[in-house]
Write a protein that binds this ligand. Structure first.
Ligand code: FES
Length: 357
């Protein structure tokens, strides 16, 4: 679920559990599902690598695995992924039958290469003429415009062709070996762990854009439902207080990670629910001289980043508590829960098995 995060004012691609997220929480957000990123004929690199890396057996967990990886890739634009980040991205995913090694191995093929724009596969002198850096096409013109491919084929294609066609297609190995063997990442490092049969290049520039209309989306108070069940979505603290005054028993819902469990497994009923995740006032933070002020409803993922920023802001000597919270959050639930769960929700829930406090 991609959205303009009111805490950071940046687009954040949040992996979330669809079974827990209330419908009201997706207003103004860009919802991307595993069906939306690719299909069998044209898979997204995350889908292709999990499949080719034997990261899927029964496939029950695979959509979640793929979307966790997808969210990680989207959020890492402009920086190289580390192995730790890849492992952490799956801390909310369970797999019964494949085992985690093939899944992690497939995901690790993205380590160090998400910031890479093009493959250096066509072997044109001077590099690829499709790269923005190059002002002029290489000698002989660009292989994308003149039709015939030269040398090792066009590096912009996911399956580069040799002059006699791709050896993956006709089974022959042309002189000089298979062009798929020539795939290199920047810095001429070989792709880690797997090499053949070659993967679709991951390129941030070809990802779905965040819909411009949603950048300007105006969050307004919402109410819907029927006699049996009502939902409110206030967007200011005053509106929330008014609703609570009118419906004192209304259930206040932030990430909904506990409430949905209560509804589904404990059969609790909440005739009036108030979704408070879109109240921007409750999702701010501020560094004061003597303390850090945190909005009750910032996401736990944002709290992780705020703790790291606080260490920088207040200095190592004064930051033991921030480091401790950060460390605790690392082992707290999974990324999908931390993306929507909040400090206030956790305090109010007072769960004996997941008490952040
Ligand atoms: Fe069966 Fe993961 S592939 S649960």
């Amino acid at each position: 679920m991609s959205h303009l995060n009111p805490t950071t004012q940046k687009i954040y691609h949040a992996s979330v559990n669809a079974c827990l997220a209330p419908l009201v929480s997706v207003d103004g957000k860009h919802v991307i599902t595993v069906e939306g990123i690719g299909n069998v004929k044209r898979p997204h690199p995350a889908q292709e690598r999990v499949a080719k890396g034997n990261g899927s057996q029964c496939g029950f967990c695979t959509p979640g695995i793929v979307m966790s990886l997808y969210a990680l890739l989207r959020n890492s634009e402009g920086k190289d992924l580390t192995e730790e980040e890849v492992e952490e991205a799956f801390d909310g995913n369970l797999c019964r039958c494949t085992g985690y090694k093939p899944i992690l191995d497939a995901a690790r093929t993205f380590v160090g290469e998400t910031n890479k724009k093009t493959l250096k596969g066509c072997g044109r002198a001077g590099g690829c003429c499709m790269e923005e850096k190059m002002s002029e096409p290489a000698a002989g013109g660009c292989c994308k415009s003149d039709g015939p491919k030269t040398g090792g084929g066009c590096c912009m294609e996911s399956k580069p062709k040799t002059s006699s066609g791709c050896c993956m297609g006709n089974g022959e190995k042309p002189a000089g070996g298979c062009c798929m063997d020539k795939l290199k990442v920047d810095g001429d490092r070989d792709i880690k762990k797997f090499t053949p049969p070659g993967f679709i290049e991951y390129n941030h520039d070809t990802e779905l854009i965040f819909p411009p209309a949603l950048k300007k989306h105006e969050f307004r108070p919402l109410m819907f439902g029927n006699k049996r069940k009502k939902w409110f979505r206030p967007v200011t603290l005053d509106q929330l207080l008014e609703i609570k005054a009118a419906y004192p028993d209304a259930k206040v819902i932030g990430g909904s990670t506990e409430t949905q469990i209560e509804i589904k497994f404990k059969a609790l009923q909440y005739p009036v629910s108030v979704y408070v995740g879109d109240i921007a006032e409750l999702r701010q933070y501020k560094f004061h001289d003597s303390h850090l002020e945190i909005g009750a409803n910032i996401s736990l993922t944002d709290l992780e980043h705020i703790c790291l920023d606080a260490v920088k802001h207040y200095g190592e000597a004064k930051s033991q508590v921030f480091k401790a919270i950060y460390k605790q959050l690392k082992y707290f639930a999974g990324r999908q829960i931390r993306n929507v769960g909040t400090p206030a929700g956790n305090l109010v829930t007072a769960s004996p098995i997941s008490d952040l406090n």
